[in-house]
Design a protein around this ligand. Sequence first.
Ligand SMILES: [Zn+2]
Length: 265
Amino acid sequence: MKHLIATLCVLALASPALAQEEEVTPDAFSVNNVYAALYHEFGHLFVDQFQIPILGNEEYVADAIATLLILKDGGDAAYDISYDTVDGYLRSAEIYGAEKLEEVDFNGEHGMDQQRAAQMTCLLVGAEPELFGELANQMGMEAERQEACAFEYEQAKTGWEKLISPHLRGDGPAGAKLTVSYEDGGEYAAIARLLKDEKVLEAVAAVVTNEFKLAKPATLRASLCGEENAFYDPEDSSVTLCYEYAQLYFDMIADPENAGMDAGE
Ligand SMILES: [Zn+2]
């Protein structure tokens, strides 16, 4: 019962989004959310290429891997990506209309966005209670729950390290090649230029190829898709970031009303 109450509190928080520091820019918010989306998709790639066993929901696993990768280097960048990603989930929840509980799709493969925000916050506050305590408070997470998150974080980290250890590069040679490409942005040229200038794909590719030995060649591309999405395709081991996705997160800060109106279905 207590658990249910806690869950409802999180849902009640769906709107508004987190209190953002004033200096958050559409550019930074978009780039940070793209980082998180790409690390999530690489979570799927690792599961596929390294045949990582999954007990439960692969989406949750991919989210946990993304959070661990984001936290790995620590520092301000890791903090900003984490904070903006949780905020991005809450804003996405608003846009995609989960405000009415009866409309929530409990059968979807991805957890509800609020749930993803809460799961990520739990791992963050579990890893760095000092740094992410305020975020957890904003999320309405009780002190007792925040403490329990330290255990959840350790469990996720230990499990991940155990499963990934055979695939770490260490001082050895690189694994299979990871090709990066930015395809034509068309009417999304400005957001394509932002990602290119910030070398977002290159940065993610560097983390992946420096840390891990890919089992087979893979591609990381940014392209137009006709939808606001990012996905992993096991057919050719490719991760695709749609320019429309980056634009949506840009608009969440620059033009929130338009971001909401654009999310048609
Ligand atoms: Zn996924």
